[in-house]
Design a protein around this ligand. Sequence first.
Ligand code: NAD
Ligand code: UD1
Length: 331
Amino acid sequence: MVILVTGGAGYIGSHTSIALLKAGYSVIIADNFCNSRPEMIKKIEQIAKKKVVFYEVDVTVEQAVYQIFSEHQIDGVIHFAGLKAVGESVEKPLEYYSNNIVSTLVLAKICRKFGVDKFVFSSSATVYGDNTVPFVETMDLLPTTNPYGETKAMSERILTDFARANPSFSVSLLRYFNPVGAHESGLIGEISNGIPKNLMPCITQVAKGRLESLRVFGNDFSTADGTGVRDYIHVMDLAEGHVSALEHLTQGVHIYNLGTGKGTSVLELIKAFEIANGISIPYEFVDRRLGDISECYADISKAQCELDWLAKRDIVTMCRDAWRFERNIDE
Ligand code: NAD
Ligand code: UD1
């Protein structure tokens, strides 16, 4: 089977491309490198010991996507390409709506034109808003506080309506929780542009000595130790979840949480990092970050039961792999 991976040079797309190649799929990557680097393609090939076909294109450009489909017999699409920085989406809403929505529309349209009926979409747990944990796929979605989250909720609706109107279409909407870690080779991982915002990249910056101490946003949440709780998932578990989603894809719309089902607090993640890597992470408590919810973790029973998939890597492994990659980066 030939899979088109949009955004395949990015963090999750690169790890998923490796998992797909390992599982015997052929991979075509389409990426415009707006948030990744060309050398990722070589690294994917080096790790998987297989070649990928690569197109440097913007997937919002219909003609460019059309060309890829006309040059290859594509069996399915995994659509990762998108802008993902929550804060930036508040400052640049038009760029976010345009990139994230138009790419989904263009891909769906071209899939229809070429009769490609397998589609997997990168959604986010952010669509649950401030629901009660654990988040279950059947919950009503609550408004998100930013354009990024809205583009995910809208793309889910677009693909759902499209599948309703085209019964042969099969779509899996995957709601990721908090992906962290890196491939165990240490060759690929998450490259932050500028000052990182997410917790794990901030911890590794402290470990590198680039930040003096970690700012812990709030210690008065209604959680066991007062700090925010999230469902961190190793990026390779997430990658393997995509292979399972493709393998179990049937007609209609299917929504799955991809998480571990376990909540970890900020202080617990710091502790796990210290244990995994033998490095002390100094921290200080500061005010809560605007828009942060206290707890976010998945009910994972649907993915476990229907996709026969379960995240295997624990929090210490996530911290060890994140650090192995980060300390090797030459910038
Ligand atoms: P990433 O930025 O590392 O990867 C996205 C890739 O898409 C990049 O390589 C970028 O260059 C490419 N891209 C963006 N717009 C494009 C376009 N118009 N045409 C071609 N290429 C384009 O991000 P990621 O962390 O790998 O996330 C992948 C997907 O998963 C995104 O849609 C993101 O919103 C979603 N997601 C990510 C997280 C997370 O925490 N990383 C959580 C939930 C959902
Ligand atoms: C953020 C995004 C979310 C996205 C997710 C995954 C926001 C509001 N939400 O979620 O849409 O899907 O990333 O990438 O940005 N923390 C600190 N100090 C730091 C950084 C974070 O204490 O320097 C805390 C946060 O308050 C939170 C936890 O660590 O409790 C995790 O934060 P983060 O990694 O940014 O992820 P989310 O907030 O879950």
